[in-house]
Design a protein around this ligand. Structure first.
Ligand SMILES: [Ca+2]
Length: 477
């Protein structure tokens, strides 16, 4: 099917018109019916987009981020031929809230999703990146852990292809013949099934939200990797993090020492054998995702979509691997808030590929970036910023700090607010009278809390003030 040429608007005019309003509005003004509208979107040359999200994958568990042990050739390959963000963070370190921030481009304070039951209002859902792309004529698909709202609230009917699931999902499954099949492999097969039903006449956006490398909550085995990878990392000894030394745990306030993060540490990291088995399981789960990424890319090539399909890869939050005697995430330490981020765009010139970006990128930037890559306008209520200027190698004035928040209510997980600048980390625990101040330049492992140090009271005061300011902006009102 040949794309229909719009006699009144060329591609550039179309995209510029669309960027001022929305493609749907542009098309409706142009007097198109739906089918024609969809064909015209394709005619405008919009790229396909695949958004890959891992669950609980920390920033340093990729070869391209300097990890000497983990095997992630496909993630590394995308970085080598794409753009690698060295300083990517989440504005909240917990599945549901961070996913809501990714979909809606908003801070938690604005979208209000702070637990695992609350779902998007119709109004906010309509302004998430998949819905906006769908309205603009994209074929949209969702695979994996949706993460926002309960089962009854999943937006199944709004997708052209839906293989999402509520809650956490299960790693171990059986195929039709009763044979063992790992969830990551199943999700890869679903991604390929989605691609097979795509055509050149209609751009697509596929979101794949892996469960890996999240633990299987409640299962004593925790990191349930694909049996096919059981020998991977077998002969390696994973070095213990420096801050796993008990003295760093002993320096924590009591409410952190008795937190859920310590309870989970007991299960995963409390002996050297447990530490080795847990980290290797975590790595095996990540390598499992890497293998699937390779299969998706091979299929893109086979189907001739590879030169017009942008792949964005990131994680929903970081993860402690025993640092400070803790496990899990939630708190504002670097281990918990830093994530991987790679944008692989085959449509840009070679000189814009294989580069690293030092500027801070956030989970709230994902939705604006996807929209702008598709040539669509970014709605005003999105608070993140499109990464496009950075992807294009420009030198825009960029953020030098950001506001962090964790508002999920739990008896033994303290809620937090924080400010992360290039030099400093200021954090406060909402439920306790306790603040932290770290000099990231001289103390990147956040081991010396300067909040009570007389010499740093001015710094503390100004960071506190900036944190308050950004909190108000995050509310968006
Ligand atoms: Ca997560």
């Amino acid at each position: 099917m040949k794309p229909v040429k719009n006699s009144k608007m060329d591609r550039r005019q179309f995209l510029s018109f669309a960027a001022g309003g929305s493609v749907a509005a542009a098309l409706s003004l142009a007097g198109c019916d739906t089918e024609l509208a969809e064909r015209r979107v394709a005619a405008a040359g919009q790229p396909n987009i695949i958004f890959l999200l891992t669950d609980d994958q920390r920033w340093d568990t990729l070869g391209c981020m300097g990890n000497p042990i983990i095997n992630t050739p496909n993630m590394d390959g995308m970085a080598k031929n794409g753009v690698l963000f060295k300083n990517a963070f989440v504005t909240t370190s917990i599945c549901a809230s961070s996913r809501a921030s990714i979909f809606a481009g908003q801070w938690t304070r604005r979208h209000g999703i702070i637990d695992f039951r609350t779902h998007f209002s119709e109004e906010v859902l309509a302004q998430t990146y998949p819905m906006l792309l769908s309205q603009a004529g994209y074929r949209i698909g969702f695979i994996g852990k949706y993460g926002v709202g309960a089962k009854k609230d999943l937006p199944i009917d709004k997708y052209d292809y839906w293989k999402g699931f509520p809650g956490q999902g299960r790693y171990e499954n059986k195929d039709e013949d009763g044979n063992y099949k790992h969830l990551t492999q199943i999700m890869g097969e679903q991604a390929i099934e989605f691609l097979h039903a795509c055509s050149k006449d209609k751009p697509f956006c596929l979101s794949v939200s892996f469960k890996a490398p999240h633990v299987q909550d409640g299962d004593p085995r925790q990191f349930i990797y694909d049996r096919a990878y059981k020998n991977l990392y077998k002969d390696v000894t994973i070095p213990s993090p420096k801050t796993a030394d008990p003295r760093y745990f002993e320096a924590l306030p009591e409410f952190l020492q008795t937190s859920e993060a310590r309870r989970r540490w007991q299960i995963r990291f409390s002996t050297p054998a447990k530490f080795q088995e847990s980290v290797k399981g975590y790595y095996r789960l990540i390598t499992g995702v890497d293998v699937v990424i390779g299969k998706i890319r091979d299929e893109l090539k086979r189907l001739n979509f590879d030169d017009n399909t942008i792949i964005i890869f990131t994680g929903d939050n970081g993860f402690y691997l025993g640092e400070y005697g803790l496990a899990g995430k939630w708190f504002p330490h670097e281990e918990s808030i830093r994530v991987p981020l790679i944008v692989f765009d085959p449509t840009v010139p070679r000189k814009l590929r294989g580069v690293t970006v030092e500027q801070m990128a956030l989970n709230v930037d994902i939705a604006p970036t996807i929209l702008e890559l598709a040539g669509l306008a970014v709605p005003q209520q999105m608070q993140g910023r499109s990464l496009l200027p950075l992807l294009k190698g420009r030198k825009p004035k960029w953020r030098t700090d950001f506001f962090y928040e964790h508002l999920f209510k739990h008896r033994t997980i303290a809620r937090t607010e924080a400010l992360r600048t290039q030099r400093w980390k200021y954090a406060r625990y909402i439920d306790f009278d306790y603040e932290e101040l770290y000099d990231l330049k001289n103390d990147p492992l956040e081991t010396v809390n300067l909040a009570e140090d007389k010499k740093y009271q001015q710094t503390l005061k100004s960071l506190r003030k900036r944190c308050d300011e950004l909190l108000q902006i995050a509310k968006g009102k």
